[in-house]
Design a protein around this ligand. Structure first.
Ligand code: GDP
Length: 312
């Protein structure tokens, strides 16, 4: 089985304030990936709340970080239980998660909530014990708490073998031991590359792209964000969307966007394993599959638990 060793897709999960944002910033900084124009695509909608409830999300962001010859897509997840459906959808796009836990506070309600979703999806977890610089940090105890939580949530044997990286995202240090911190993010990158499975490279097969999040932009209209699960997608390609009700709709891909840092960049083609944003498909909805007209094969339906979505 061929794999794409140049890609890793992971979600970052944590209780609020445990340091997700600081960590991603630090990874970006260390990698030298540009962090520019980060507000460009954030304006979007006035009717934010309603659109958001329908699965259109402008806040869930992908940060694409270049590390050596690879791109690591880090998808941010909302920690709040109100966005459970969104968390689940994001987890469909990734092969592993980074669980960030505050080395002083330990596991908290949102840690439990998001970790359960990740474990249920059979994703491989990496634990980053953050804020190791705090004078009252208690790494050994907190790791025990984390392990107990994994067991309690029904982690399988492989998931229980999670690697642990100790870090101070604030100071830009990390290490494989709590008391051995160096001014580098290398241990985190190396753990991601070694431990998180690379996507399968089946880009010679017919396209399957699933829309996991929706976005909107004044210039190009509705944008479907998702992962290419099979094959290739390119600008100008004629595709069909397999609708939930069983009907199909033909479209042409007008624009394709990849990610560099937090910035969306226009690209011409993407292939299996890539996370991309596609425009041109005005009526597309979350969970629908995009395929070539002669290979209409649906991906498994996404489970979406927002009540508003079930009504539409
Ligand atoms: P998020 O809610 O998980 O995205 O958390 P943030 O990254 O916004 O961090 C929350 C707070 O914790 C901020 O005040 C950060 O400066 C602080 N913080 C983040 N990482 C560290 C760390 O490694 N050590 C310490 N002492 N504080 C940190």
């Amino acid at each position: 089985m061929q794999q794409r060793n140049d890609i890793r897709n992971i979600a970052i999960i944590a209780h609020v304030d445990h340091g997700k944002t600081t960590l991603v910033d630090q990874l970006l900084k260390y990698s030298g990936t540009f962090r520019e124009n980060e507000h460009v695509d954030e304006r979007a909608m006035d009717s934010g709340d309603i659109e958001r409830e329908r699965g259109i999300t402008i806040l869930a962001k992908n940060t694409a970080i270049h590390y050596k010859d690879a791109t690591i897509n880090i998808l941010d997840t909302p920690g709040h239980a109100d966005f459970g459906g969104e968390v689940e959808r994001i987890m469909k796009m990734v092969d592993g998660v980074i669980l960030v836990v505050d080395a002083y506070e330990g596991t908290m309600p949102q840690t439990r909530f998001v970790l359960k979703k990740a474990l249920d999806q059979k994703l491989k977890p990496i634990v980053v014990l953050n804020k190791i610089d705090r004078p009252n940090a208690r790494p050994a105890e907190v790791i025990d708490e984390v392990l107990d939580l994994f067991i309690d949530l029904g982690a399988d044997d492989e998931q229980l073998e999670f690697p642990i990286v100790y870090a101070s995202a604030l100071n830009g240090t990390s290490g494989m031991e709590p008391d051995q911190q160096n001014e580098t993010m290398e241990p985190i990158f190396k753990t991601i590359m070694d431990y998180i499975p690379a996507p399968i490279d089946n880009s010679d097969e017919p396209l399957q792209f699933q829309v996991t999040l929706l976005d909107y932009n004044d210039y190009v209209g509705r944008i479907g964000v998702g992962r290419v699960f099979r094959g290739k997608i390119h600008v100008g390609q004629s595709v069909v969307v397999l609708k939930k009700d069983g009907s199909t709709k033909s479209f042409r891909v007008t624009k394709l966007f990849g990610f560099i840092g937090l910035k969306r960049v226009e690209i011409q083609e993407a292939k299996a394993g890539d996370i991309v944003a596609v425009s041109g498909m005005e009526d597309i909805n979350v969970g629908e599959t995009v395929c070539p007209p002669d290979h209409p094969e649906k991906l498994p339906i996404l489970h979406i638990d927002e009540p508003t979505l079930q009504m539409t």
